[in-house]
Design a protein around this ligand. Structure first.
Ligand SMILES: [Fe+2]
Length: 252
C-alpha cells in the first residue's frame, strides 16, 4: 500500500467506513484515536485491513473501558500490542508516532487550575491508585477499577515527556480546543512533536491561527471522521465527521 496514513475519529462501534476508506485510498496505515467500542474483538472488526496487511495502531478512549466486554474486545484483542499509549512507534513513512490514550478524571487528576484540587493529582501512578482501591474493585493487572484503564495518570505524561516523536495522538485535546489542556501543549512541545491529532470531542475545529505559537499543527478528527495527514503535516479530510458541521456552529 502506498497511499496515505489515515487518522480515524471515534468509531463508537462502527468500522465499515474505515475499511472502505482504507481500500479506496490504498492506505499505508490506519490510526484510531480511541473510543472504538467494538462490537466484537477489535482484530475481528478490522480483519479486512489485517488481511490486506494494512498496519493499524490505536489509542484507547474513555469509553473503551466502560464495560468488561468492551475492555476485553480492546485490551484483550489480538491487536492489543498495537496500542501506542505511552510509547513511540515508527510509521511506514519513517515518522515517529507517540500516543496518550484515555481522559483526565477528577478522581485521579484534572490538570486545570479550576479543578477541585487546583490541578494537584490525588494519585501520581496507577500503582499508587491501586493501593487505595478496594480489592473487590480491582481489575486486571493494573489493580485499579476497570474504568481507570481509560484514565490518564501523571506518570503517563512524565514518561512520554522524556521521549521524542514527530506525531502525537491524543484522546483528549490540546489547549486550542475549548475543552483542551495546556499540559498537553507542553507535552507535545517537550516531545518535539510537530503534529498533534486528537479525538473525543466529535468535532474538527480550525486551529491554524494557533500553530505558530504552539509550535505544532493540531487537528481534531470528528465522530467517525477520517483525516489523512502527510509527512509535512498537511491534512486532508477523507471522511467528514458526522457532527463536524453542527459542532462548528455551536462552538465558534
Ligand atoms: Fe472519548
Amino acid at each position: 500500500m502506498t497511499g496515505p496514513i489515515l487518522f480515524c475519529g471515534d468509531p463508537h462501534g462502527r468500522f465499515g467506513h474505515i475499511i472502505e476508506a482504507a481500500d479506496r485510498t490504498q492506505a499505508s496505515g490506519v490510526i484510531l484515536l480511541g473510543d472504538m467500542e467494538p462490537q466484537r474483538p477489535l482484530h475481528l472488526e478490522l480483519a479486512p485491513l489485517l488481511e490486506c496487511k494494512v498496519p493499524v495502531w490505536f489509542i484507547h478512549g474513555n469509553h473503551d473501558a466502560d464495560s468488561d466486554e468492551l475492555w476485553m474486545r480492546v485490551w484483550g484483542s489480538e491487536l492489543a500490542d498495537r496500542n501506542v499509549h505511552g510509547r513511540v512507534v515508527e510509521l511506514p513513512d519513517g515518522r515517529r508516532l507517540a500516543g496518550l490514550g484515555g481522559v483526565f478524571r477528577e478522581t485521579v487528576w484534572y490538570p486545570s487550575a479550576s479543578a477541585a484540587r487546583a490541578g494537584a493529582p490525588a494519585f501520581r501512578s496507577r500503582l499508587e491508585h491501586s493501593k487505595s482501591t478496594p480489592r473487590q474493585d480491582r481489575w486486571g493487572g493494573s489493580g485499579t477499577h476497570r474504568k481507570h484503564w481509560g484514565t490518564i495518570y501523571p506518570e503517563d505524561i512524565d514518561s512520554l515527556a522524556e521521549m521524542r516523536a514527530d506525531v502525537l495522538i491524543l484522546h483528549e485535546a490540546p489547549a486550542y480546543h475549548p475543552n483542551g489542556f495546556d499540559l498537553l501543549d507542553t507535552l507535545a512541545q517537550s516531545m518535539g512533536a510537530k503534529v498533534v491529532v486528537h479525538g473525543h470531542h466529535h468535532d474538527r475545529l480550525d486551529s491554524a491561527d494557533r500553530w505558530a505559537e504552539q509550535g505544532f499543527k493540531s487537528y481534531g478528527v470528528g465522530l467517525r471522521g477520517i483525516t489523512s495527514i502527510d509527512a509535512k503535516g498537511n491534512a486532508e479530510v477523507v471522511v467528514a465527521g458526522e457532527l463536524d458541521d453542527a459542532r462548528l456552529g455551536r462552538l465558534l
